[in-house]
Design a protein around this ligand. Structure first.
Ligand SMILES: C[S@@+](CC[C@H](N)C(=O)[O-])C[C@H]1O[C@@H](n2cnc3c(N)ncnc32)[C@H](O)[C@@H]1O
Length: 283
């Protein structure tokens, strides 16, 4: 059963219940049409394949960037994996959508929305209601109230947020590790962020840099941005994609002295965008 955002973010929600957490987040549709989807343990085969390489370099791993993390569930797993490999790291986890607000519009009418007032969930008299429109809604005409509600409420939600009349929350997992600091920030991998430049010993891009999401030109832009975020020669980039059958294709790259990438290891056939990284040259 869907839980309301108010209940989910309340102190008495069971923090250990990862299944309930995933169920809550997976029903949130962002304003770019994506859902907050992720899954536990999806990268176990990558961990097995890359463990020895990471262990060999554990002493030089300090700053890690995980790109497009959704709720950060797999970022937490990455933190555990790196610790197991002997690395002590700080992780920066990015996604387009991290921040959200709970706005009480009227008594018994609450909206969970993003900072631009895009509704992610309504709560009416304690009942959570989906604000996004699905195909069936066009047949049943249910899209009309949903569209009207969104259009009418968005400006009102925005002004409440700007006036500080909302509860600010983050759409991230509660399963944060104690041994590792994870800094969640909103960031678009398509735009160069100067504050990330030259900082990272390892960048992971899991289930984001693929041809399903982006065009080749966009992928080249993202690769150039990832390249600029690396500390220097010896830094690594892990690019992976999980198939519908939960198999992973991934490649672990190393930055060479001349600024190009070399393959350190592969899982299955490797990343589908491997050639784009290997052809990358800094201009
Ligand atoms: C399929 S999820 C992957 C989550 C996690 N890395 C995993 O593999 O389980 C993709 C995430 O990328 C985020 N995303 C999409 N476009 C992005 C962009 N341009 N910059 C940063 N994040 C983006 C989405 O919001 C979504 O949370």
């Amino acid at each position: 059963m869907t839980v309301s955002a108010r209940k989910f973010y309340s102190a008495n929600f069971n923090e250990a219940d990862l299944a309930a957490e995933s169920a809550f987040f997976s029903r949130l549709k962002m304003r770019n049409g994506t859902f907050k989807l992720t899954q536990v343990s999806r990268f176990r085969e990558l961990e097995v394949a890359f463990r020895s390489i990471i262990m060999d370099r554990a002493h030089s791993l300090h700053q890690v960037l995980d790109v497009g993390v959704s709720t950060g569930l797999t970022t937490v797993e990455l933190a555990h994996f790196l610790k197991d490999c002997g690395a002590t790291v700080q992780i920066t986890a990015t996604d387009l959508f991290v921040q959200a607000h709970i706005v009480e519009l009227f008594p018994e009418v609450t909206v969970f929305c993003d900072p631009e007032g895009w509704p992610l969930q309504y709560e009416l008299f304690g009942v959570p209601i989906r604000p996004w429109i699905r195909r069936l809604d066009y047949a049943t005409l249910a899209f009309i109230p949903l569209l009207l509600a969104r259009t009418m409420l968005q400006p009102r939600l925005c002004s409440r947020i700007r006036a500080g009349r909302s509860d600010k929350v983050q759409m991230i997992t509660r399963s944060l590790p104690e041994h590792c600091e994870i800094d969640f920030i909103e960031d678009d991998i398509m735009s160069r962020s100067e504050h990330l430049r030259g900082r990272f010993d390892l960048v992971r891009a899991a289930n984001i840099l693929n041809t399903n999401y982006f065009s080749v030109d966009q992928l080249k832009t993202a690769i150039a941005n990832v390249h600029s975020y690396l500390r220097g020669p010896g830094a690594m980039v892990m690019v992976t994609r999980t198939s519908r059958t939960q198999e992973n294709n991934g490649t672990l790259f190393e930055l060479k002295d001349d600024g190009s990438f070399a393959v350190l290891g592969r899982v299955r056939g490797g990343s589908e965008i491997e050639s784009l990284l290997l052809d990358f040259r800094k201009t």
